[in-house]
Design a protein around this ligand. Structure first.
Ligand code: FAD
Length: 323
């Protein structure tokens, strides 16, 4: 196997867009992901509806058509798979990138395969688009690792006629609470702030607010979760401590990029925001030849970059390499 022009770490929309731009520029890109194609989107809630209209999710100038006004998870998965096929991208899946050795023009990407073996790939340049969905923001409380506590919402059907506690106050928490309520679960939403997040989808906000007003979804604001046990969640607010029954707990408290991995590449991160040091034009980091793309550029501020804007990072990187 020869040397690739660029290895894109992460096969999310950003990594794929970058590889497509490289291919269009006559380069030989390789995409590597530790999971399946678009592993993050694959693990989103099963019936997730994007807040973005279809054309703003497009990559490689390929049209995305959705049945309704906003695309759903399955449509995005099919679209990005087709985009990878259309451009004949070379992709290695279920291989985790462990480290990157070498220097600009002569990098070696070392991966671990699903069977535990090691693979090595040579590349002149590296693009890192590893997203943020793998690492939840933990509450660091006793019981958080119990089997009935999840940082990922999937489907409601298992929880009919059961008590479910949803922790969080942004989109994911609001949507999970509504979906669970509509499918017969008894839902309590626990949020540490005084009100729901300002970025809640415009069509979700009135729905969740009205369900709370009607006590169909019980909500506790300015409430802190102290502990989770096998069948209860202990919370505390101005009225003291309360024990909420819970067959299942969804702690939807957000996610963050793998800062340890990015630092292991030699990339400097801002001590406060954890934003990587990079040239805003070329997206090249302080390590020559290593570029960053997508949501990782936002550091802790994960709501600054989404597919809508991250999909253009590949073009920026490839333009700079061509120049
Ligand atoms: C529920 C939800 C709804 C959203 N809705 C929208 C929306 O409507 N519109 C919008 O624009 N954005 C939306 N977003 C945000 C958007 O999905 C993310 O910003 C986007 O996926 C980021 O794309 P990415 O390619 O940078 O990262 P990802 O899609 O997360 O891809 C990163 C990939 O890197 C892989 N990876 C990580 N580490 C390694 C490693 N060491 N080795 C190999 N592979 C690795 C992961 O497996 C993953 O496949 C939503 C996010 C969530 C959670």
């Amino acid at each position: 196997m020869g040397t690739y022009d660029i290895i894109c770490i992460g096969a999310g929309p950003t990594g794929l867009a970058c590889a497509i731009e490289a291919k269009r520029a006559g380069m030989t890109p390789l995409v590597i992901d530790k999971g399946c194609l678009c592993n993050s989107i694959y693990h989103y809630p099963v019936n997730m509806v994007f807040f973005t209209t279809p054309e703003l999710l497009e990559i490689g100038d390929l049209p995305l058509v959705s049945a309704a006004e906003k695309p759903v998870r399955v449509e995005a998965l099919k679209y990005y798979r087709k985009a990878a096929e259309y451009y004949g991208l070379e992709v290695r899946l279920f291989e985790r990138v462990l480290r990157v050795d070498g220097h600009d023009g002569h990098f070696t990407v070392v991966t671990q395969t699903a069977k535990g073996g090691e693979e090595r790939y040579s590349s002149k340049k590296i693009s890192v688009a590893t997203g943020y969905y793998d690492l939840p923001n933990v509450m660091d409380i006793p019981g958080e690792n119990l089997p009935h506590v999840s940082h990922y919402y999937t489907e409601p059907y298992e929880f009919w006629n059961e008590d479910v506690v949803v922790i969080g106050g942004k989109n994911s928490a609001a949507e999970a609470a509504l979906d669970l309520y509509r499918n017969g679960a008894r839902v309590t939403l626990v949020h540490r702030k005084a009100e729901l997040g300002s970025t809640i989808k415009y069509w979700v906000r009135p729905d969740i607010e009205n369900r709370i007003k009607a006590s169909q979804v019980k909500a506790l604001f300015e409430t802190r979760v102290k502990q989770i046990t096998g069948d209860e969640v202990l919370v505390e607010n101005g009225n003291g401590e309360t024990r909420l029954p819970a067959k299942q707990v969804f702690a939807l408290t957000g996610y963050h990029p793998d800062f340890t991995f990015i630092e292991s590449l030699g990339v400097h991160l801002d001590p406060e925001t954890r934003k990587p040091a990079l040239d805003p034009n070329t997206l090249e980091s302080n390590v020559p030849g290593i570029h960053l793309a997508g949501v990782v550029i936002g550091g802790r501020h994960t709501s600054e970059i989404f597919i809508e804007n991250g999909r253009f990072h590949g073009k920026q990187i490839i333009e700079s390499l061509k120049a």
